[in-house]
Design a protein. Structure first.
Length: 339
């Protein structure tokens, strides 16, 4: 075969490959569709404030969110309060989203983009169940120029998939959508903590806790470790929440925190559902209150307690492995033998 013929065949092969790529990923002039930089979802910006329910469905599960008079709740978590900022960011992103690049119309290749069977089906509904918008949401792709992520989507009104801007993350995990800001207070208020019978205490104005009852052959661990239970309760965090069903059995572990201004926070820990869950209660004890300047007024502490109880009364909260370990500690976890 001559060199000239070889070159011709090479060019023809290249053109065929480029043509296939164009058909697969490029513009399709034979069909109506949106264009780059146009809104991804036509007129949705005018309806986004009417959305009363968000449903996210994938092969991994389902999440359902609903708007109430007190904000958004996670219906698939017994109507626990949702993180309103996550919900607002998601809806805001849908309203502001723009088309960036047209992608394949070949649905047999959708799974490559996280669409098809791997997609998250997003459904927005207004009052009465009327559908405002429905689309398939696929993989996210980092944009090196802007530092923001772009997302592959497909909707039945389009002729192909698209790479679009602005869409916020939306996990198919009910726990991810929860409002995790349960309660938090300055741990400088903490006077003592008892963890499964181990008593850690300090005088007013001191930073360091002292382990009570240290034996002659023992040495208490460094203060950052003795301080951990107070921090875990004062800055309480959780990974999941569920409503109390059947009465709880005896707790697996118990931690009680007292403050200089009279607040008592009790954390009962239960082993269930392959994890450790906490039941929180709070009370006021005037006998614990010190006669010191700078403490919160009794009425203010009691209002704080009422707020904690209102948020926790009907719920149990799943602890992270670190916090579960800290609040389930026994005496041996706070001492070492002297050498």
């Amino acid at each position: 075969m001559s060199e000239r013929l070889t070159n011709i065949l090479g060019y023809l092969t290249l053109f065929a490959i480029l043509g296939a790529i164009w058909v697969l990923f490029g513009e399709d002039p034979s069909k109506e569709q949106g264009a780059r930089n146009e809104p991804t979802f036509s007129n949705v910006d005018q309806q986004i404030n009417d959305v009363e329910e968000i449903n996210i469905l994938s092969e991994k599960g389902q999440v359902s969110l609903a708007r109430t008079n007190d904000g958004w709740v996670v219906k698939s978590r017994d109507a626990y309060q949702a993180d309103d900022e996550k919900v607002r960011a998601f809806l805001r992103g849908i309203a502001k989203s723009e088309r960036r690049e047209p992608k394949t119309s070949n649905q047999s290749r959708f799974d490559v983009l996280g669409l098809g069977t791997k997609a998250k089906t997003i459904s927005l509904k207004a009052a009465g169940g009327a559908t405002v918008l429905e689309f398939a949401m696929g993989k996210r792709k980092a944009n090196a120029t802007s530092g923001r992520s772009l997302t592959y989507i497909y909707q039945d009104t389009d002729t192909r998939s698209w790479l679009v801007s602005e869409l916020a993350e939306a996990q198919v995990d009910s726990a991810w959508w929860l409002d995790h800001s349960l309660f938090r207070f300055d741990d400088a208020r903490v006077s003592d903590v008892t963890v499964n019978g181990v008593w850690l205490t300090r005088k007013f104005g001191d930073q360091d806790f002292k382990l009570q009852g240290v034996k002659a052959n023992e040495q208490a661990l460094p203060n950052w470790q003795l301080h951990s239970p107070a921090r875990a309760i004062a800055d309480f965090t959780f990974t999941d929440a569920k409503k109390l069903g059947n009465p709880l059995a005896e707790p697996f572990a118990k931690a009680v925190l007292n403050t200089y201004d009279g607040m008592v926070v009790t954390v009962d820990i239960y082993q269930m559902d392959e994890g450790r869950w906490a039941k929180i209660s709070a009370a006021y004890d005037d006998t614990l209150r010190l006669d010191q300047e700078g403490l919160k007024a009794a009425a203010e502490v009691q209002a704080e307690i009422a707020s904690i109880m209102a948020a926790t009364r009907e719920w149990v909260f799943k602890l992270s492995e670190i916090d579960a370990g800290t609040l389930s500690s026994v005496r041996a976890d706070f001492v070492s033998n002297k050498q």
